[in-house]
Design a protein around this ligand. Structure first.
Ligand code: URA
Length: 192
């Protein structure tokens, strides 16, 4: 089986067996998307309205901004892999509840270990807290972390502000741009 086939298998399996309460209100599950052999995986929070409609992560306003940021470091969406900690849209885009995060947690870990990227980038504090609950996004953003976490193959992580938060905030936008440059620098080092 190719990695793409394995991912499709994994998504089918988890979308059937997981018990997330959001399944009843969401239109469909939003699976990860992109290159299954990517060196970089981006993890967001949960699908929004456009994602729920299309079944693809980061295709709305935040996704357009993410594509712009990727372009600033000469990457395309197709070069990386993009997913969320929660695979179903929370009603009215509210924050996912701890139980909703928990019900998708093993799905995400399996997904990450199948891709085995060199670097995992957290888009926002929700994604970061899933792995590093003790960190504060205001301090941790843009700083590469090396840590062996139980059950996770990848050892390098980079927290960033969420693109939706930076979209209409000029200062945060500039910070996010600078932090994206850290991705380019880090991946160059990790690939040596
Ligand atoms: N915000 C997220 O965190 N994920 C998406 O897929 C879209 C917006």
């Amino acid at each position: 089986m190719t990695k793409t086939e394995k991912l499709s298998d994994l998504n089918k399996r988890w979308s059937l067996k997981n018990t997330c309460e959001l399944k009843t209100s969401a239109t469909q599950p939003v699976f990860g998307d992109g290159n299954p052999n990517a060196d970089i995986v981006f993890i967001g929070e949960a699908p929004g309205k456009s994602e729920d409609k299309t079944g693809k992560p980061f295709v709305g306003a935040a996704g357009k901004f993410l594509a712009e940021m990727l372009q600033s470091i000469k990457l395309k969406r197709e070069d990386v892999y993009i997913t969320n900690i929660v695979k179903y849209r929370p009603p009215n885009n509210r924050d996912p509840k701890p139980s909703e995060k928990e019900s998708c947690a093993k799905w995400l870990v399996e997904e990450l270990n199948l891709i085995e990227p060199k670097l995992i980038v957290f888009l926002g504090r929700h994604a970061m807290h899933n792995f590093f609950p003790e960190l504060i996004i205001g301090d941790a953003h843009g700083k590469l972390i090396q840590k062996k976490l139980p059950g996770i193959a990848t050892e390098y992580f980079l927290p960033l502000y969420h693109p939706a938060a930076a979209l209409y905030n000029g200062g945060m936008r500039e910070t996010l741009k600078k932090d994206f440059a850290v991705i380019a620098k880090s991946i160059k080092k990790l690939k040596k």
